[in-house]
Design a protein around this ligand. Structure first.
Ligand SMILES: *Cc1c(COP(=O)(O)O)cnc(C)c1O
Length: 394
């Protein structure tokens, strides 16, 4: 162990992610606040139109979060006790939580070690007479292999709800995620590729399901508030069924309206940065770098998440590596620890170590390095040098 003093790579802490908010977005939020209408209204309508246009989706419904969208899409299946929904252990806990909250039982399929995406070859074995839906995750913005998933789903009459929280702007075999398939759910959390503060959206093609999600996101009310309080509106409404309160505000949409036009440029910069990391670290034994799928695709590079090679490359554990970077004023992220090992999931479904070995292998080693559109080449070079120094001293 080298005992020379550790120098911070940055004077102040550099987070692993930060949103890029333009002056136009800030002005739009100000204009919204001054307009007299700050909750769901004209800006949400416009944001939904622009999402439909960008994503090529017949329906786009803006919500408070992706979690709300995944939940409402699952809830529409009216799951009965024992009904199963297949997903991956290598995801944010919300993906599993909403299955439980919607009355279902999560069934997990292990991931591929190199892409961290659900291993489609194992999917057929997980389908049972109780399976109702498949919820694949496009990990880090790299698309999961959708064609075989859709083939199995149509064979067995299953809904495919894509957790596309990382994947706005991702393309699979020349088609944008959201423009085809069944249901897609996007997140606009500040760490994601575009943000509305908090927020999310569901895209889909099924008119009846769209109508149901629209009803359920606002109390089960047949008319949203903006339609009632305007000059031409009627103050009366009906409750068609009890619903939730998952509507996006105009304040949020004001941000989103000025994020969406920048998305392609954000992804282009993320892609450059990811390539710079991949080139700089290509022959480092301390990292196992993320691999791209073999089929044609466009990666949205939501995360750059290598594995710390604790098997042969370095004596450092992943957590020690993260701590060493923190000492140098560099933030990292942990996306994710395998979800089946959380106490609730162990206790409820009897899962434990060894059940999903690839997810556990990744879970113990993965680390998200700083990646956001305003990260400069010079800053990234300092991050790379600091990481080299961490490994050299270990
Ligand atoms: C962020 C995220 C979610 C939840 O998104 P919210 O908008 O915060 O609810 C769900 N799944 C994955 C994979 C995510 O990364």
């Amino acid at each position: 162990m080298d005992t020379a003093a550790v120098l911070p790579a940055f004077e102040t802490f550099l987070p692993f992610s930060r949103p890029t908010i333009s002056a136009e977005a800030i002005a739009e939020v100000g204009a919204c606040l001054e307009s007299g209408w700050i909750t769901t209204g004209p800006r949400v309508k416009r944001f939904e139109q622009e999402l439909r246009a960008y994503l090529g989706a017949p329906h786009a419904l803006a919500l408070t979060s992706a979690t709300a969208g995944l939940f409402l899409a699952l809830r529409a299946l009216k799951l009965q006790p024992g009904d199963e929904v297949i997903t991956t252990p290598m995801t944010f806990a919300a993906t599993l939580n909403v299955i439980v909250l919607a009355g279902g039982r999560p069934v997990l399929v292990d991931v591929e070690r190199d892409t961290y995406n659900l291993d489609v070859k194992r999917l057929a074995h997980a389908i049972t007479p109780r399976t109702r839906a498949i919820m694949p995750v496009h990990f880090a913005g790299s698309p999961v292999d959708l064609d075989p998933i859709h083939a199995l789903a149509s064979e067995h009459g299953l809904r495919v709800i894509e957790d596309a929280a990382h994947a706005i702007g991702t393309e699979y075999r020349g088609r944008r995620i959201g423009s085809f398939g069944d249901v897609q759910v996007f997140s606009f959390h500040p760490n994601k590729n575009i943000t509305t503060g908090e927020g999310g959206a569901v895209t889909l093609r099924d008119d009846a399901l769209a109508a149901e999600i629209q009803l359920q996101r606002f109390h089960g009310m047949d008319r949203e508030a903006w339609a009632r309080f305007g000059k031409t509106g009627n103050q009366h409404y009906e409750i068609l069924e009890p619903g939730y309160k998952f509507n996006m505000m105009d304040i949020q949409a004001a941000l989103g309206l000025h994020q969406l036009p920048l998305l392609d440029a954000f992804i282009a910069r993320r892609t450059q940065l990811a390539r710079r990391y991949l080139e700089a670290m290509a022959d480092w034994p301390e990292f196992v770098l993320p691999k791209a799928p073999a089929y044609p695709h466009k990666h949205a590079w939501h995360l750059f998440a290598p594995l710390v090679n604790t098997d042969a490359g370095t004596a450092l554990t992943r957590d020690e590596f993260m701590e060493a970077l923190k000492q140098r004023n560099i933030g990292t992220g942990l996306h994710y620890r395998a979800a089946h090992l959380y106490p609730y999931y162990r206790g409820t479904y009897g899962w434990g170590p060894g059940d999903f070995p690839n997810a556990e292998h990744i879970s113990d080693r993965i680390v998200s390095l700083p990646l956001f559109p305003t990260l400069g080449d010079d800053q990234q070079d300092r991050i790379i040098s600091a990481i080299r120094d961490v490994f050299d001293r270990a």
